[in-house]
Design a protein around this ligand. Structure first.
Ligand SMILES: C[C@H](CCC(=O)NCCS(=O)(=O)O)[C@H]1CC[C@H]2[C@@H]3[C@H](O)C[C@@H]4C[C@H](O)CC[C@]4(C)[C@H]3C[C@H](O)[C@]12C
Length: 326
């Protein structure tokens, strides 16, 4: 499972995700500069107009981004969408973009969600594998910009759907309208203690703090995480500087992280939160933590020469640092 969010704080917007899986692909932070030439399968090759930073694996010098944001403050994350997801054969009337090209295609030419919506009108997601070793994966995407607006993009049998996202979070199945509908079942969850409407007039002993969240789902499944992250995000305070905003951002994502051993996907195999990342869409600073190392690491997009044509890879820092005090 995975979870992606946009968090707005102190006039800044932070966008990123938890990657939950049982194996790592060896993903790490990668910067694509403006003059890197993307080779498309069904479209003419094109230089990236805007530089981008995110988590990727690099295969044949191609950045296969899991999630990324560009220098203009547009961010996109791909999350598993196995079942409803459907990609199409080549369509002569459309711009045929493969799912693994979608993040580079949009981030290299768009600056806002409004521009993405426009670009997607002409796009069909074509079913072409990256390679035999890396076949297509069924994904849907959360996309956000620095106005704080976000959309969800899903390709199903009935076509390519673009949904405005009023709750600014995404997990996995079911389709986005179903996830939104399900929130109604939890609409009375609150940070405050509940009022007794069960047996009016009876003095119920509110034996614990936090009873307003007693029925907040806590499961690892996608529907539970959608409700929980929507709640936590909606009630999260804003920070008053970069440090407190980033700290809050990671607390929100970590509220639905999966510890090892809690989500069995096969014999002796467990999905867990491999990494959590987030980019400040105003400044282009990319932050991440990972399972082994929960210190926050950062890479500043604007510190690099963004006019180059070569990818820059960063080693994932996986060593936990304990700050001994005596
Ligand atoms: C599986 C990952 C999403 C995590 C997630 O949602 N897990 C939930 C699983 S489930 O609902 O519980 O079944 C997705 C996110 C990004 C994906 C990767 C990126 O799209 C980049 C390439 C794209 C290639 O086509 C396939 C390999 C790949 C390297 C993808 C493998 C895999 O599908 C990734 C890693």
């Amino acid at each position: 499972m995975c979870t992606s969010i946009v968090y707005s704080s102190n006039n800044h917007h932070y966008f990123g995700r938890n990657l939950d899986l049982e194996i790592s692909f060896g993903e790490h932070p990668v910067i694509t500069p403006r003059n890197y030439e993307f080779q498309y399968r069904k479209l003419p090759n094109k230089k990236a107009k805007y530089a981008m930073v995110g988590m990727a694996i690099v295969e044949d010098n191609y950045p296969l981004y899991f999630d990324a944001s560009n220098e203009e403050g547009l961010g996109i994350a791909g999350l598993n969408f196995d079942g409803p997801c459907h990609y199409f054969p080549e369509n002569a009337e459309k711009n045929n973009v493969t799912p693994f090209e979608l993040i580079p295609y949009l981030l290299s030419q768009c600056t806002t969600v409004a521009e993405v919506k426009d670009a997607l009108k002409d796009v069909s997601l074509v079913n072409i594998n990256f390679s035999e070793k890396l076949p297509l994966s069924p994904l849907h995407w959360l996309m956000a910009d620095k106005t704080g607006e976000s959309i969800v993009v899903e390709s199903t049998l009935s076509g390519l759907h673009v949904y405005d996202n009023p709750v600014h979070v995404l997990t996995n199945n079911p389709e986005f309208p179903g996830q939104l509908r399900n929130l109604a079942n939890y609409s009375n969850i609150a940070p405050a203690q509940p009022k007794n409407t069960l047996v009016p007039g009876v003095d119920l002993n509110l034996y614990s703090r936090g009873l307003g969240t007693h029925f907040l789902p806590g499961g690892m499944d996608s529907a539970s995480r959608f409700v929980k992250i929507a709640f936590v995000r909606a009630h999260s305070p804003q920070g008053n500087n970069e440090l407190s905003s980033v700290t809050n951002y990671f607390h929100i994502l970590h509220s639905v992280e999966q510890p090892k051993g809690t989500d069995e996907v096969g014999p002796n195999s467990y999905e867990y939160t491999i990494y959590s990342d987030g980019t400040n869409l105003e400044t282009g600073t990319f932050y991440y933590t990972n399972y082994e190392n929960n210190q926050i690491n950062a890479i500043e997009l604007n510190k690099e020469n963004l006019n180059g044509d070569e990818l820059t890879d960063y080693k994932l820092i996986e060593k936990q640092t304990i700050n001994y005090q005596n």
